[in-house]
Design a protein around this ligand. Sequence first.
Ligand SMILES: Nc1nc2c(ncn2[C@@H]2O[C@H](COP(=O)(O)OP(=O)(O)OP(=O)(O)O)[C@@H](O)[C@H]2O)c(=O)[nH]1
Ligand SMILES: [Mg+2]
Length: 362
Amino acid sequence: MSCRLILVGGFLGAGKTTLLWEAAKQLSSRGLKVGLITNDQAPDLVDTSLLSRLGVGVSEVSGSCFCCNFKGLLRAMAELKENFAADILIAEPVGSCTDLAATIIQPLKDQLKGELKISPLTVLADPFKLTEILAGKTAGLHDSAAYIYRKQLEEADLIAISKTDLFTMKMVSDLVAQVKREFPAALVCTLSAERGFGLDAWLDVVTNKTDAGNKLLKVDYDRYAEGEAVLGWLNARFSLRAPNADWRGLATKIIAGLQQSLGERNAPIGHVKLILESGSQALFANLTESEQEPRIRGTVAQSSAAAMTLNARVQTAPEQLQQIVRETLANELRGIDVTEESLSCLQPGRPEPTFRYASQVA
Ligand SMILES: Nc1nc2c(ncn2[C@@H]2O[C@H](COP(=O)(O)OP(=O)(O)OP(=O)(O)O)[C@@H](O)[C@H]2O)c(=O)[nH]1
Ligand SMILES: [Mg+2]
C-alpha cells in the first residue's frame, strides 16, 4: 500500500514539533497509523524524547540533516512502515535547512515512484520573525541565517503562519495578505497548533494534496553554509539526583539562567529546549527569541531522580555555548548530584546534499 509523507519545515523554534504532536494525535484518532521522523545534527534530541511519549512510532535521523543523509531518511521511513505499519509519515527537517524541494522531494519522487505520496511542502513561520523578515529585516538573525529563512519561504508549497494565538485577528489577516502578495504561488494558512486553530484546515490540505516540491530554488551554498555555521549547536543528556527535588522549579531556574547568561554575552537564541523526565512524567521548557519569556509545560512530581535532555541552538561559538551551559548548570543545580551522560557541541558543517535535482520530477 502506498504511504504518504508530510514534510514540515521552517526555521528554528517555529513550532514544527508542536504541530507534529497535535497532527499525530488528530490523525491517530481518525484511525490512521502515524509515524514521525525527527532530524538533527547530533544525537540526544529533545524532539525525539517528546514525541516518543505520544505512543506512535518515532524514528530519529541524527548526525546530519535529511538532505545530507538521504539514505538515513529512507531507512527511517522504511523502519516506520515495517515496524509500525505506518500509512502516514510526518517528518521534521532541521530548522536551519533549506533547498528541500531539490534535495529531498525530487529524489523521493524519482526513487519511490508509485510507493509514496508526498504532500505539499509545509514551511511553518513564527509570526514575529515572519513580520520582520517581510519588512526586509533580519529578525535578530545573522544576515546569512535570515537568507536561509527567506529561502525556506520561497520554496514552500504551503506557508503556515504559526502561533496565531499570539497575534490579534487583524494582525494575522494583514500578515496573510502580505505573504500572499510576496509569495503568490504558495498556499497560505494560519495555525495555532497549541490551541488547535487551523489544524483541521491544514490537515485537509496535507492529507489530500500531492502537489509537492514545485519550486526549485537557486541557492547560494556559501551563504547557506555561513548561515548554519554562525550557530553553536549543543545536545546533552544529564542524570540528576537529589532527595525530593522540585523538578519544575529547577527546570525553570536552568532555562532562566541560560536566558540571562546568553543575554549577557549578546548571543541571539535560535531555540533552547529541555525535557526533564522522571518515571512516566515529563516537563518541557523552551526559550525562543521571539517569545521572550521561557515556556514551561508538563509536570514531574517531587522525586529523587530525573533524566534531562538539553538542546541549544544559539548564535555563538560552540565552545562558548558549552561553557555557558556547564557554568549555568553548576550555578543553578547546587546541591543536586549531576552526571553529564553525554554532550556534543558543534558548528554545523557545510551542507553537502546526497542528491540535488536541477529540475522537477513529474
Ligand atoms: N503560543 C504558541 N506557542 C507555540 C505554538 N506552537 C509552538 N509554540 C511554542 O514555540 C516553541 C517552539 O516550539 P517547537 O514545536 O519546539 O518548535 P520547532 O520548530 O520544532 O523547534 P526546533 O525543532 O528547535 O526547530 C515552544 O515553546 C512551543 O511551546 C502555538 O501554537 N502557540
Ligand atoms: Mg522541533
